[in-house]
Each structure stands twice: as C-alpha cells, then as structure tokens.
Design a protein around this ligand. Structure first.
Ligand SMILES: Cc1ncc(COP(=O)(O)O)c(C=O)c1O
Length: 319
C-alpha cells in the first residue's frame, strides 16, 4: 500500500525534483520480478520496460543505457535481497551503479522494496550495501525510496510497514499522507515493539521462521534435482532467503504445466505472473511458493509438479 501510495502520489502530484505529475512515464522492471509491482504500474498507466534480472541484480549495462537517454523513464523496481522470485542478492557494484548512474529524468526514483531484508533460510546471511548512503555520496539522495514490512515477520495482514528516504522525500510523503490518514495503528506498532524489542529480537524470531520454512525449500530442491538434474528441461534457483524458487522450463512449457497442475489439484502462481502485463515471452517461468503447505503436502505437490512439468517438456521437445 505504501508503494502504491508513493507512485499514485507521483502520478497525481509529481515528486520533489521533478516538473509536475508523472504522465506518459515508464518504469524499468527487472524480470522475472514481483507481480504486484507490475500490477501497480499497469493500474497507474506507467509503461513497463523489462530488463533482465541477473544473479547479482538487474542487467546494469542495459539499465544505465536506458535511463541515460530517456527522460520519460522515471524509475525502477528493485527487491535487493532474496528477490522475488529468483532469490538474487544485489552486489555492492550493482548498488553503487544504481546509486550513481546518470539519469535523464531529474526525478528518477528507485523503488527499493526490501521485503526480505531479514528473511534468511540459512546461517549464511547475505548483506546488501546501504543504497541510501551510496546515493547520498553520489549526490543523488532523493533517488531512493526504501520500503519494508513485517507481513512475513509477525502476521500477514497484521504487520507494520515502513518507508525510509531522504528528508525531502519523507516530507513530501507525509504531506500527502496527512490527507489520506489520521494516523497509523499505534497500538499495533506498540505490540510489535513490545514483542520484538530490538533488532536482535527480530533476528532471533527470523531464525525460528527459518526452522519452519527451510525444510520446505529442501523438499523443493530435492524434488527438482531428482526430476531434472542432468537434463536440459528445467533450471531453477537455490535461494538462501526469501519466499520463492524460480523455475525455468523449456520454452513454451509454463502455461500448460500450470494448467495441468491445477487440474490435478496443485495451484501454482499463474504463468507469466513474474513479467509485466503477465507476458513471459518465452512461456517458461514458474514461481514456486513453498512456505504455506506442510512438508507432507509439499512433497505430494512437488511430485505432481515435477511429473507434469517433465511430461509437458518432453512432449514439447518431441514435437
Ligand atoms: C517483493 C515483495 N514486496 C512486498 C510484498 C508484500 O508486502 P506486504 O504484505 O507488506 O504488502 C511481497 C509479498 O509477497 C513481496 O514479495
């Protein structure tokens, strides 16, 4: 909601450093990415330009070339740590390049959605360089809008969310929030403070989450390895945090696999969901979200998924 409000405000009123409301503007969207980011853009009439997501963040050569020459490109979506859906972690170099790159738009914004900032699956905790500080050092302090929430820390639908940015951006946001809300749910904020106490309290809590969900990721990895290792029918990510595994099947096989799985009782994220306008040009990507089912349910679901995906891919290869 905070991200939606921030962009709605930009479209309605503009942002500091710009010359008015964002009309006829574009956003860069690393793909595969988060469907709800893309839905916000689509809803607000912001045209989306896909850029490839690599292991250490978006393809920065492509990003830098695009933002340097087109002033209608006003921003980029980023999930810097354990990205949705690939689990990629942005490297320091990627952070520095995003913070310092030359943008034709003076009011360019990086939507830094740190949704998985403390959501580690292993003891090997990734750290991402502070982009706000890097942007300030490069003279671009107003470029970054950072968002976090406790949806997947305390309670989905009952968490708290936060935004951090330069004083100029926060003042701008507060000025607009004045009209949309009397104030936040302070009792819920207090509940969170009393429960977690401090950063160490959050970290200790996330270890317990990892104990619950890491075995589920292990089920997914084991099933995919058993079904596809040594074949060229599928490749998949091995995230060290976050909530998803991103699977790439042979081209042209994702939609059919999702459809057949649904018929067999296994509901997956819609094919194409991780791409702007729901359009996966190669129809190959499927996002697996293994956190909710029990280990037993997940084992059965993965059996259905792997069998189905293999069948669809083999048929495609044979055609
Ligand atoms: C990258 C990312 N941002 C935001 C969210 C949603 O956050 P919230 O529940 O706080 O709206 C999700 C949930 O899947 C997500 O993956």
């Amino acid at each position: 909601q905070m991200m939606y409000d921030a962009l709605l405000g930009a479209v309605m009123f503009g942002v500091p450093g710009g010359d008015g409301p964002w009309q006829g503007v574009k956003f860069l969207c690393p793909v595969p990415g988060y469907d709800r980011h893309f839905a916000i853009c689509e809803r607000l009439g912001i045209e989306m330009i896909p850029v490839e997501m690599l292991d250490d963040g978006p393809d920065m050569d492509a990003v830098e070339a695009l933002v340097a020459e087109d002033a209608s490109i006003k921003g980029i979506w980023c999930v810097p740590k354990y990205s949705n859906p690939t689990g990629a972690v942005y490297s320091d170099l990627t952070v520095d390049r995003l913070a310092a790159m030359k943008c034709a738009a003076p009011d360019f914004r990086i939507m830094w959605d740190n949704a998985y900032v403390v959501h580690h699956l292993t003891g090997d905790i990734a750290s991402v360089k502070n982009i706000q500080k890097a942007a300030e050092a490069a003279g671009n302090g107003d470029r970054i809008l950072t968002f976090v929430s406790t949806s997947k820390i305390s309670l989905a639908g009952g968490g708290v969310a936060a935004m951090s940015a330069s004083k100029t951006n926060i003042d701008d946001q507060l000025e607009r929030m004045f009209f949309s809300s009397i104030g936040p749910d302070k009792i819920n904020q207090l509940r969170h403070v009393r429960f977690f106490k401090d950063t160490a309290g959050v970290a200790a809590h996330m270890v317990k989450h990892a104990e619950i969900i890491a075995p589920k990721f292990a089920v997914v990895e084991k099933a995919l390895t058993a079904a596809f290792e040594g074949t060229d029918l599928a490749s998949w990510t091995k995230p060290e945090g976050g909530y998803f595994v991103s699977v790439d099947l042979a081209d042209g096989c994702a939609a059919e696999t999702v459809k057949l799985c649904a018929e067999a009782g296994v509901k997956l994220t819609a094919s194409g969901a991780c791409f702007p306008y729901g359009n996966d040009p190669r129809d190959r990507n499927i996002r697996l979200a293994p956190t909710m089912p029990t280990v037993d349910e997940l084992e059965r679901a993965m059996e259905v998924f792997c069998t189905t995906a293999k069948m669809v891919c083999l048929q495609k290869v044979a055609d």
